[in-house]
Design a protein around this ligand. Structure first.
Ligand code: NAD
Length: 483
């Protein structure tokens, strides 16, 4: 499909070049090779998309939920049909390994459309008894209008679906701004959506810099709601620009894995390693730090070293590769800084700790394990977003709760213990939206409520299944006087 080599916006039902005619190149993080030329949008392109989405919303909202569910199912079928192509694009442009990770993300995206279509059909309203005779009161959910959706590059197919599918199912028009470094993935997903013959303008895709086109769609009075996944810094900027609009913000994490002394250490190490190294650590629900006591930290470090050194880092398309390159230079630079800071404050490098440029790009990073990280080091206090397993030694199990809650994030956490009472105690004490007992921080399924704890910088609202549908709809109450 030639349009994917020269990729345009999708506005009002058509692939559309930028008004100003500007383009940028998309490059492979593994080889630096140019993969496509992408339309570079400006505010005017975003405004055209908003105008189209207003019409798209009206047409969608006039359809029945069953009609929209059928559209969702058609998109899911199209994703299934193009599974190989989508997975290959994802591996090539984002960098995740094709055989061990990319297919899973594509399958999740298809399920996301199917589930949103099914769930909207069964979302019921209320008949509300009232005191006044002769009154009848009902309430039910309606679409909010036009959604501004801004998404990151780490799961560039599935995270957009977490918003696009429920918005479509509920009858909202959407303007979507994807991360620039995974624009081809966005276009490939849009090509699946196109096959479902949605009303023109129902879903629009605009490429370009977040601070320009993303800023326009969240701030413009023509959008009625915001769905954003990305960093806390951008989330704060968006919250300001879109002040007053309903918003779902899915922000950063720095998930603690708390390994209590009675834990099965093999199981804890396997799960922590998965949480640290999956998608090369570029996961909001990644295991950002491992908290252990003096009794267990060395044994954990040893097990983690074995797993880290067993990873095959390299070409994301090759069979056998288990970790591809990082997606972009900024994320690699932050990992360098965090590791240097950790070592400076006295931590012990167990394995890794360096880039692997001989593999063909400066974005390949060795899976890293660092023990004895100081609680005030950036590896413990900030989100690293890379393939790093930092172990922080805590004075006691109780001390783990203090260390876990001291950070500014509160998204996902894990507790490893065989003691049910402790499992509950720790789960309830940890400030995180999701706590996984005896499984990785990043265990999640599409319908499970997911989001940041209050008082932390991890976001607002809950995504997942019916929870997203609630967020992207609002309650309409209608009273009847039958006297
Ligand atoms: P980012 O905030 O830099 O960018 C995210 C998106 O926002 C991109 O599309 C970008 O172009 C756009 N953007 C940037 N500035 C903008 C502005 N001023 N106005 C509007 N849009 C703007 O984040 P990133 O580096 O792409 O993603 C990594 C971050 O995302 C990490 O912090 C990670 O934890 C978080 N994340 C969270 C979740 C979750 O579900 N909570 C999931 C994945 C990633």
């Amino acid at each position: 499909m030639s349009e994917l080599r020269e990729i345009h916006h999708f506005i009002g039902g058509r692939w559309t070049p930028s008004k100003a005619g500007e383009t940028v190149e998309a490059v492979s993080p593994a080889t630096g090779k140019v993969l496509a030329s992408i339309a570079e949008g400006e505010r005017e392109d975003a405004r055209l998309a908003i105008a189209a989405a207003r019409k798209g919303h009206e047409a969608l909202a006039a359809l029945s939920r069953w009609d929209r569910a059928r559209m969702c199912a058609r998109i899911a079928d199209e994703i299934d049909k193009r599974r190989d192509r989508l997975a290959k694009t994802l591996a090539e442009e984002q960098g995740k390994p094709l055989h061990t990770e990319a297919y899973g993300e594509i399958d999740a995206a298809a399920s996301g459309f199917r589930e949103a279509g099914e769930l909207i059909k069964w979302m019921e309203g209320e008949f509300i008894p009232v005191e006044t005779p002769g009154k009848r009161v009902i309430s039910y959910r309606q679409p909010r209008g036009v959604y501004a959706v801004v998404t990151p590059w780490n799961f560039p197919i599935n995270i957009p679906v977490e918003y696009l599918a429920p918005c479509l199912a509920a009858g909202n028009g959407t303007v979507w701004v994807p991360a620039p470094s995974t624009a081809i993935c966005a276009a490939e997903l849009m090509a699946c959506i196109v096959e479902a013959d949605l009303p023109p303008g129902a879903i629009n895709l605009v490429f370009g810099p977040g601070p320009v086109v993303g800023d326009e769609i969240v701030g413009n009075a023509g959008t009625d709601g915001i769905g954003f996944t990305g960093s806390p810094q951008t989330g704060a900027a968006i919250a300001n620009r879109g002040a007053g609009k309903p918003m779902l913000l899915e922000l950063g994490g720095n998930g603690p894995v708390m390994v209590l002394d009675d834990a099965d250490l093999d199981r804890a190490a396997d799960a922590a390693a998965f949480g640290c190294f999956f998608n090369a650590g570029q996961v909001c629900a990644a295991s950002g730090r491992i908290l252990a006591t003096r009794k267990t930290h060395e044994a954990l470090a040893d097990r983690l070293r074995g797993i880290a050194e067993g990873h095959v880092v390299g070409d994301p398309l090759a069979t056998g590769t288990t970790m591809g390159p990082l997606n972009n230079a900024a994320v690699a630079a932050k990992i360098d800084e965090h590791i240097a800071d950790g070592l400076k404050s006295g931590a012990r490098l167990v394995t890794g700790g360096k880039r692997l440029p001989d593999l063909g790009s400066p974005l390949f990073y060795a899976p890293t394990v660092i023990d004895n990280v100081a609680p005030d080091a950036a590896l413990n206090t900030a989100e690293t977003f890379g393939p790093v397993a930092p172990i922080v030694v805590c004075e006691s199990e109780e001390d783990m709760i203090r260390v876990a809650n001291a950070g500014s994030h509160g998204l996902a956490a894990s507790v490893f213990t065989k003691d049910l009472a402790k499992a509950f105690l720790f789960s309830e004490a940890i400030q995180a939206g999701l706590v996984n007992v005896n499984s990785p921080t990043c265990y999640w399924e599409l319908h499970i409520p997911f989001g940041g704890a209050s008082g932390k910088n991890s976001g607002l609202g809950r995504i997942g299944g019916k929870h997203t549908l609630r967020e992207v709809t609002e309650i309409k109450t209608i009273t009847f006087d039958i006297n």
